[in-house]
Design a protein around this ligand. Structure first.
Ligand code: 3SL
Length: 232
């Protein structure tokens, strides 16, 4: 039986061997939720990049360019990191280059894995189905916030573990803790997360509707996976 484990921050990735594993990279608020939403609205591929200048250079290649820093859309970019900005037909058939504070970093730091999948509550079951078929050991990599633990990514890890618990083994405390946390919170994730640091940060920016949107389960069936140099 393959195993499932949870890494609470990209800063802890040096403790894990990614070779032979499938990584599920997650940044619930909001990078991976937004990427999933973009694919669900017709984006063909996404280049997640680390730096603003690197991202800007993709404009010359005909890509839409998207950037967020500290929760705010960076100046000079077509799009920010709100999923609602990707829903009005603007990304249909387009390639997007995106850089965000934590989410795109978590993806890049996972490059040694055999497979990288982008997870969110929005495509939870699609990811679970794929992992069941794949039969690789799984590591859920939480993007956190600037290297620190966060609640929302941990809740997602717990939700995915709950869906996979019959088919995967787990004996580490990180996985158990995320499962217990999710089982405590799942009746009302919005209320549970009200005091969390990133929800408070986003509420200060008046982005309430993004939070509720990103916490919806199984809204989309898309499965972004890394292929060569991009997500498809
Ligand atoms: O850190 C990130 O990658 C972002 O998702 C943060 S924010 O939700 O856009 O503030």
């Amino acid at each position: 039986m393959p195993s499932i484990d949870v890494c609470y921050s990209p800063e802890l990735l040096h403790l894990y061997d990614l070779k032979g594993k499938a990584v599920v990279a997650v940044d619930i608020l909001r990078a991976t939720s937004t990427m999933v939403t973009a694919f669900a609205h017709g984006a063909t591929d996404i280049f997640p990049v680390m730096k603003l200048e690197e991202c800007q250079a993709y404009a010359a290649k005909g890509c839409l360019i998207a950037a967020e820093r500290d929760g705010v859309k960076a100046e000079g970019f077509d799009l920010g990191n709100s999923p609602f900005a990707y829903m009005n037909g603007n990304v249909q058939g387009r390639t997007i280059a995106i850089t965000t504070t934590n989410g795109t970093r978590a993806i890049h730091l996972s490059m040694e894995a055999d497979e990288i999948i982008v997870g969110s509550f929005l495509n939870l079951q699609a990811v679970a189905n794929h992992l069941q078929e794949l039969q690789l050991d799984v590591l859920i990599v939480c993007a956190g916030w600037k290297g620190k633990f966060n609640l929302e990514d941990t809740l997602y890890a717990g939700a995915l573990v709950e869906r996979l618990q019959q088919a995967f083994s787990f004996e580490n405390d990180a996985t158990l803790a995320s499962l217990y946390l999710y089982q405590t919170a799942k009746q009302d994730l919005v209320t549970f997360l009200r005091q969390s640091s990133h929800v408070r940060r986003l509420e200060n920016l008046e982005i309430h509707k993004d939070i509720e949107f990103c916490l919806q389960h199984d809204k989309f069936g898309v499965l972004p996976v890394w292929q060569q140099d991009r997500l498809v």
